[in-house]
Design a protein around this ligand. Sequence first.
Ligand code: HEM
Ligand SMILES: *[C@@H]1O[C@H](CO)[C@@H](O)[C@H](O)[C@H]1NC(C)=O
Ligand SMILES: *[C@@H]1O[C@H](CO)[C@@H](O)[C@H](O)[C@H]1NC(C)=O
Ligand SMILES: *[C@@H]1O[C@H](CO)[C@@H](O)[C@H](O)[C@H]1NC(C)=O
Ligand SMILES: CC(=O)N[C@H]1CO[C@H](CO)[C@@H](O)[C@@H]1O
Length: 328
Amino acid sequence: MAINNSNYLLISLTFFLIAFSSNHANGEVLKVGFYHKTCPHVELISKEIVDDVISRVPSLAAPLLRMHYHDCFVRGCDGSVLLDSPTKQAEKDSIPNLSLRGYQIIDKVKTALEKSCPGIVSCADIVALVARDVTVAVKGPSWEVETGRRDGSVSNITEALFNLIPPFANITSLKQGFLQRGLSVKDLVVLSGSHTIGISHCSSFNNRLYNFTGKGDTDPSLDPNYIKNLKKKCPPNDQNTLVEMDPGSVRTFDNSYYKLVAKRRGLFTSDSALLDDSETKDYLKKQGINQYGSTFFKDFGESMVKMGRVQVLTGNQGEIRKVCSRIN
Ligand code: HEM
Ligand SMILES: *[C@@H]1O[C@H](CO)[C@@H](O)[C@H](O)[C@H]1NC(C)=O
Ligand SMILES: *[C@@H]1O[C@H](CO)[C@@H](O)[C@H](O)[C@H]1NC(C)=O
Ligand SMILES: *[C@@H]1O[C@H](CO)[C@@H](O)[C@H](O)[C@H]1NC(C)=O
Ligand SMILES: CC(=O)N[C@H]1CO[C@H](CO)[C@@H](O)[C@@H]1O
């Protein structure tokens, strides 16, 4: 059967539309320099504020990097992590979120931007820019941040509980959680490298020290000498004490996380689990060898850009919030 010209056109058009719409439902994509004309100094303003804050309070770098991850994994990168709820029912109020800090820095950037270009820059984009700027401020890699995200209007405590991967997740759940969001196994092992900076509450890994299977036992996948050290810092049932995730270099973004994990000193089950898959294991062994042979910095930027695209709102979806903690 011959396909006539108009049929051919229709078929091509359909293919084009399907290909186009499946990539970006709204016909719009994120891009580097989205605010080039409408708010040309956005990146400079964010960087200046971040540099100033981190030079005074370096410990805020880690929670601000983590904030972008929490935002993107719950309802996509739409700034919903920032919303307040009068009845404490927002993402912010969920258990895994209790340890997020640094909201005031996002607000500070927002206030400065509202002065120079009111109503233009979304809170979701600010979170993405600040995540890059804090990483650079603690000697990590830089990358070009795509912008053009719009802010969502829903923040739901239950969704945060279900969508944030718990620290006791095994490799199957970790891979699944990333794949569901269009992120690869490589992205998983690369982005876990964020745990090279920052701190954790004892409660996030206490079970590995005292009651791993409910029989008063320890986690056999954790170095027994490390367990001894950790027990000194974290008594049984301790909820509040903070420990460094990458002792000795918690304030420097480097490849030492991979060395730790390879030595069976990853703090969470989710860190140790990276030894249970051949791809993640190969990756972490390669990165741990030395700073110079490592591809971690380059990979990290690429994976952060991918994470920053998860379920974003663009075009005329959502809104540009005036104040990041509440919808307009
Ligand atoms: C792969 C799944 C992940 C799990 C299960 C996980 C889990 C955790 C947990 C339990 C903490 C400690 C919270 C506390 O007790 O205070 C933590 C801290 C942290 N996470 Fe993750 N995380 C994951 C992925 C990521 C990703 C993708 C990023 C960033 C791109 C990230 C960045 C951080 C940072 C920077 C900290 C330190 C926060 C601080 O110092 O306040 N994590 N993570
Ligand atoms: C929050 O999300 C849960 C789970 O999806 C849903 O059952 C619940 O109705 C939502 N709550 C609100 C206030 O939208
Ligand atoms: C991994 O965790 C999930 C969720 O808790 C569980 O259903 C699954 O059986 C676990 N897989 C392995 C191999 O332990
Ligand atoms: C260990 O876990 C088991 C099962 O959940 C529980 O019955 C027991 O009380 C726990 N032991 C301690 C010391 O917390
Ligand atoms: C960052 C944030 O919202 N933290 C809150 C988490 O929940 C505790 C207890 O409800 C609050 O005190 C924090 O302000």
